[in-house]
Design a protein around this ligand. Structure first.
Ligand code: IMP
Length: 432
């Protein structure tokens, strides 16, 4: 397996971090290719829980080196805080095993302020972003005025660039009725960050290609999910990068023929944070039950923002779209244990729009607003699945539910998660 891609099939938060942690055990390189610290990956290892926003989950396996790819946007101050936290817990983050692409783009405090200003200006129409400056940073990248991470190797020039970017953003902030930032003070603070991060900067595309030539196994850890993809998600309620499979090639810089496994990760129900359509949303007690109380780290509250997630039934229309856009070779279905005790389960197999059934989502918001899910119902199960480790242990109703999800999107479910711990998963075979 030269390259495995781990792709979110829904709206993010599918459990990609735990899958990356699992597959990272056999990997030589684990790489992030898109997004920034809007992501939040939670991994449970024994009694310890790690919450990662920028550093790939593979960092918890000593044998893997980890890469932040060119497709990412990186807030250096937040990255250092995360690195320091991991180091204090004994994780090795030496430049020999942790690399940052010189072509990744930098998030400045001005991007964060502009993100906030833009959301405020949108009022009721706000996207519900994570307020991490992701959109404004990608906007500067595509506007060809961004700052690349490679500039941190020359701290003075980097500080000048940060200073100028903040001065420029200040005009926009003042026009939007926001307070301007202190460009000089920020630039000075960021010199420190640049000096500390400089040893980690490399041409990571060259690095990955060299490792692939030497026979390394690379796992690419997606962030966010297909429905938040700038092109394939439900625009404009999306992030500003490409979480789908194609994004990994662009965001790391290697050729498609290296990829031989594309794992679509999906929860066995739907969740979404932020605004935008969620056709199968459950507002009442059932939605609350799926969300959990917030007492456990695996309950449906954002790792990055703490916001409660909207919850709903499984939507095969979304999953089919995700499988098609990224070419999933298999599915990893997470949180099956959460459905225990629900008498009847529903899956949206199609959407009805103006009397016509659709198997794939329409592209525009006006159509999405009129679409209604067409459900099929399946019997639920009572048994607690969290201690089960073999597919034969699973109740027949759980096996039927899993098999039906695979059938509906024409992709076999190869693994199910039955709890947050590393070992709480079941490998499935064709005889399911
Ligand atoms: P942004 O990426 O902060 O610009 O936010 C854009 C949209 O993507 C918002 O709806 C966010 O809630 C959502 N989003 C961004 N990152 C994540 C994530 O890691 N999990 C779930 N939703 C996310």
């Amino acid at each position: 397996m030269p390259v495995t891609l781990i792709i979110g099939a829904q709206w993010g938060d599918e459990g990609k971090g735990r899958v990356a942690d699992l597959l990272g055990a056999d990997a030589d390189v684990v790489a992030r290719y898109a997004g920034g610290d809007n992501a939040g990956h939670t991994i449970a290892v024994g009694d310890e829980v790690f919450k990662l926003h920028l550093v790939p989950s593979g960092i918890l396996h000593e044998s893997a080196s980890c890469v932040l790819g060119n497709g990412m946007v990186i807030n250096p101050v937040n990255l250092l805080a995360e690195m320091d936290q991991l180091c204090s817990r004994g994780v090795d983050l030496s430049p020999e095993r942790f690399l940052i692409s010189s072509r990744a783009h930098i998030i400045t405090p001005a991007h964060v302020a502009l993100d906030r200003a833009s959301e405020r200006a949108l009022g009721d129409e706000a996207i519900g972003t994570t307020l991490r400056g992701i959109g404004p940073s990608y906007l500067d990248k595509t506007g060809r005025r961004g700052i690349r991470a490679g500039l941190m190797q020359d701290a003075e020039t980097f500080a000048d660039a940060v200073h100028d970017a903040i001065e420029r953003a200040n005009e926009a902030l003042i026009n939007a009725g926001e307070s301007p930032l202190d460009a000089r003070a920020t630039a000075l603070k960021w010199i420190d960050a640049a000096m500390r991060l400089a040893p980690y900067i490399q041409d990571t595309s060259q690095y990955i290609n060299r490792r692939l030539r030497d026979g390394a196994r690379v796992v690419c850890e997606g962030a966010q999910g297909t429905m938040l993809d700038l092109d394939h998600g439900d625009y404009p309620f999306v992030t500003s990068s490409s979480p789908v499979a194609g994004g990994a090639l662009v965001g790391l810089g290697f050729g498609p023929l290296h990829v031989d496994r594309i794992v679509g990760v999906t929860k066995c129900f739907s969740t979404r944070v932020g605004s935008g359509p969620l056709l199968t949303e459950l507002d009442g007690a059932l939605g609350q039950r799926l969300r959990g109380s917030g007492e456990n780290f695996w309950d449906e509250f954002g790792t990055t923002t703490g916001r409660s997630r909207r919850c709903g039934w499984m939507d095969a229309v979304i999953l089919r779209h995700a499988a098609q856009v990224s070419g999933f070779t298999e599915l990893f279905l997470t949180k099956l244990d959460i459905l225990s005790g629900i008498e009847t389960l529903k899956i949206a197999g199609a959407w009805e729009l103006d009397g016509v059934q659709h198997e794939l989502p329409p592209a525009n918001q006006q159509d999405l607003k009129r679409a209604k899910p067409v459900y099929e119902s399946m019997p639920g199960w009572k048994a607690d699945l969290s201690g089960m480790r073999h597919q034969d242990d699973l109740p027949q109703a759980a096996r039927d539910y899993v098999r039906r999800i695979g059938e509906l999107c024409d992709t076999a479910v190869r693994t199910v998660g039955v709890g947050p711990e590393r070992e709480q998963q079941i490998t499935l075979d064709d005889a399911l």
